[in-house]
Design a protein around this ligand. Structure first.
Ligand code: PHE
Length: 356
């Protein structure tokens, strides 16, 4: 082999060895084997070689070409392998490391209470009913036996919705969930058993009142329902909800326009410690009563055939009592520290106390 060819091989091998990535490797390949490459030019010049030398020169060039092709491919393979090794090293992970804690979203205490109520009353055969937050005056008041100018309207600090007054019946932000009693009785044939969790609105704002809050309504309509059914239902609910099997429950005569008789319900607690149970003090917790015959009539139900009981309670209030939450306002502030403290793990099984 002539000197120029040996030199070409050794130069190419040196250049390949010096190439450290695909870009420099390709530059070497093009410089030697490309259209204007050093080896390509030597092959082109073969025609000019004297005929008697052409065979040996041609054979030598072929040997050189094979050697250089092999060297280029070998370098390419080596660079690819090195790149893969580097990538594997860079992407290596330690599967023995403990997992990072996953921050799950938590269930808001209001949602949690609603879920628990749905579970407890659901087990007693109550379905969930819903209605709109913007109600007409008739369903919020009139059908519930609260006439115009009745003091209950002022008690409830109603938000009226002026834009909607013009076109007919006056609208209000519902001041309680009781209008859904009316909707349900009009839409469904008795027997009826529903609870209605939802938002309610009153123009009131301080440490214990929010202009928007939540209630759950209960309504049962059937033949032969009595105060005994109402009492049994609420005593069972309260004992299961608060998880205190002997929670004292007291029914105190009261007044609501839409129930007769009406009763407020108190549970036992200790005023000094705030602890629920047999502490000797009483805490008002909900309103209830037998559905007023006028309300049944307003909703097209014959009061001689059907009787019913109803109740309503504040969801924030029972939630605060159950979990010892002292202030109402943070319920609506979306403060992540409060939510982490009082929120519930969504993956934890829904609480079902014995008896449900
Ligand atoms: N709607 C009443 C309130 O908001 C509660 C209630 C509901 C009372 C059903 C009796 C029956 O105070």
């Amino acid at each position: 082999m002539t000197d120029d060819l040996s030199a070409l091989i050794s130069e190419t091998e040196a250049a390949l060895a010096a190439s450290t990535d695909l870009r420099t490797w390709d530059a070497v390949r093009v410089a030697v084997m490309g259209k204007n490459g050093s080896l390509t030019n030597k092959l082109k010049e073969l025609g000019k070689v004297a005929p008697e030398e052409r065979r040996t020169r041609g054979a030598a060039l072929n040997v050189v070409k094979d050697a250089i092709t092999a060297a280029i491919e070998a370098r390419r393979a080596a660079l690819d392998a090195a790149a893969l090794d580097a990538r594997l090293a860079a992407e290596r992970m330690d599967v023995t490391l403990p997992p990072r804690p996953v921050v799950n979203g938590l269930i808001h205490p209001i949602s949690r209470t609603m879920e628990e109520m749905a579970a407890i009353f659901g087990a007693m055969g109550f379905a969930i009913a819903e209605g709109p937050d913007v109600e007409d005056d008739w369903r919020n008041f009139g059908a519930l036996n609260i006439p115009a100018h009745h003091s209950a309207r002022e008690d409830m600090d109603t938000f009226y919705v002026p834009a909607l007054e013009a076109g007919g019946r006056r609208r209000v932000m519902r001041t309680h969930t009781s209008p859904v009693q009316v909707r349900t009785m009009i839409a469904q044939e008795p027997p009826i058993r529903v609870i209605v969790p939802g938002r309610t609105y009153r123009a009131d704002h301080d440490a214990t009142h929010s202009p928007m809050f939540h209630q759950v309504e209960g309504l049962a309509i059937d033949r032969g329902l009595t105060l005994g059914h109402l009492k049994g239902c609420l005593i069972d609910f309260l004992r299961i909800f608060f998880g205190i099997s002997n929670l004292p429950v007291r029914f105190r005569s009261s007044y609501f326009p839409f129930t007769e008789p009406s009763m407020e319900v108190d549970i036992g607690w200790n005023r000094k410690t705030g602890e629920l149970g047999g502490g000797g003090d009483w805490l008002e917790i909900l309103g209830s009563g037998m559905v007023h015959p006028k309300v049944l009539a307003n909703c097209g139900i014959d009061a001689r055939e059907w009787q019913g009981f109803a109740f309503g309670m504040g969801i924030e209030r029972v939630t605060m009592l159950k979990h010892g939450i002292p202030d109402l306002r943070p319920f609506y502030e979306s403060d992540i520290r409060w939510l982490r403290h009082y929120g519930f793990n969504p993956l934890a099984a829904a609480m079902l106390h014995e008896g449900v």
